[in-house]
Ligand binder design. Structure first.
Ligand code: GUN
Length: 373
């Protein structure tokens, strides 16, 4: 029998954890950053490059893949790993969050959500059971419960209703997922910016005995301080021996501060999206390559990086590519950005192992503050 899904905490420094998730398709070193591969591609990147920068796992989206090319089609073609040529672990989001932000004419009931595709207006239904079925057809390794995420600011009653609904949907997803030793289904803590609701959600999910827990409903319009306060409240309520995943976060600074509060996994479109908009993440902060000051600059983004995109191309050339709207601009900058994010996670993991996380975090932050070279 294939080895079961497992999580081990290897080192602790303050509240920060260095761990490893082990599953049949491979190991995930935590804290981990998952590049976003919404529709079966990490935009502009070959999968070999995604692996090459150090990613152990990528994220896919139920919502996008069910609309196009369709989950049943992906299943017929051998599942998402084979289809996209990524043999390592894949986590899929459940669809609830994307339905709410992208689809048209959506209607949410106890049963689930009905909506129209943002691509062609075709009608769809998604229940907790159908979301898990789709994630199974994709052959996703880590599946997420269907939830309802409330945009902030919101009325307390509204946050509470969505949180309680998400708890009931977590139970239904757990039943639909059943017993699959090599895979995992994670619950999602909701509760907006309300401490009591967050505690209620985290405790009720913990009692379900799931293999991992996500914190959702954050980075949805609230200040960073509110997000961090919610993590301070939520993390201690989650089982210490299970991975914790902060959904849709964030900036390098968000990641450092969330690891410090006990988060193990992250995903965010930031490095990939920024790369398609001419922005580079570096040790010295963000660099906007569209800016005219780079037009004659022969220096690379970072001569010390082992990523060719950061090390081997001049800022002048990158500026030229961005201004000319060349496909290579997005390709090189996305490569640089994902490399930067993975290097950050590697740094974080090494610092936790040597009990130097706080000092290393301060050094990294100081590098950004010094500004571009
Ligand atoms: N991505 C970012 N935030 C969320 C959330 O609250 N729920 C889900 N399902 N996905 C997310």
């Amino acid at each position: 029998m294939a080895k079961p899904f497992s999580f081990e905490v290897l080192a602790i420094d303050g509240k920060a954890r260095r761990g490893v998730i082990d599953m049949p398709r491979g190991e995930i070193r935590t804290p981990a950053f998952m590049p976003v591969g919404t529709g079966g591609t990490v935009k502009t990147m070959y999968m070999d490059q995604v692996r090459g920068v150090g990613a152990d796992i990528i994220l896919g989206n139920t919502y996008h893949l069910m609309l196009r090319p369709g989950a049943e089609r992906v299943a017929r073609l051998g599942g998402l790993h084979e289809f996209a040529r990524w043999p390592h672990p894949i986590l899929t989001d459940s669809g609830g969050f994307q339905v709410m932000s992208l689809s048209k004419l959506r209607k949410l009931t106890e049963k689930g959500v009905t909506f129209r595709s943002h691509i062609d207006g075709a009608p769809y239904e998604m229940s907790p059971e159908r979301s898990i079925e789709i994630q199974g057809l994709l052959d996703s390794d880590i599946q997420m419960q269907l939830d309802e995420c409330t945009a902030l600011p919101a009325e307390l009653k509204e946050i509470e209703r969505a949180m309680e609904l998400s708890l009931r949907w977590a139970e239904r997803c757990k039943t639909a997922f059943g017993d699959q030793p090599g895979k995992a289904m994670f619950g999602i803590v909701q509760g907006g910016d309300n401490a009591a609701l967050r505690v209620r959600s985290a405790q009720a999910l913990s009692e379900m005995g799931l293999k991992g827990y996500a914190v959702g409903g954050l980075a949805v319009g609230e200040p960073q301080a509110v997000m961090l306060e919610m993590l301070d409240i939520t993390c201690p309520e989650l089982p210490a021996d299970k991975p914790r995943y902060l959904m849709g976060v964030g900036t390098p600074d968000d990641i450092l501060k969330s690891v410090a509060r006990g988060i193990d996994m992250f995903d965010c479109v930031m490095p990939t999206r920024a790369g398609r908009h001419g922005l580079a993440y570096t040790r010295r902060g963000k660099v906007n390559l569209r800016n005219a000051r780079h037009a004659d600059d022969p220096r690379p983004l970072d001569e010390e990086s082992d990523c060719p995109a950061a090390r081997d191309y001049s800022r002048a050339y990158l500026h030229h590519l961005v201004r000319s709207q060349e496909a290579l601009a997005a390709m090189l900058l996305t490569w640089n950005n994902l490399s930067y994010y993975q290097k950050l996670m590697q740094d974080i993991r090494a610092a936790i192992e040597t009990q130097t996380f706080e000092a290393r975090g301060a050094e990294i932050t100081e590098g950004w503050a010094r500004g571009d070279i």
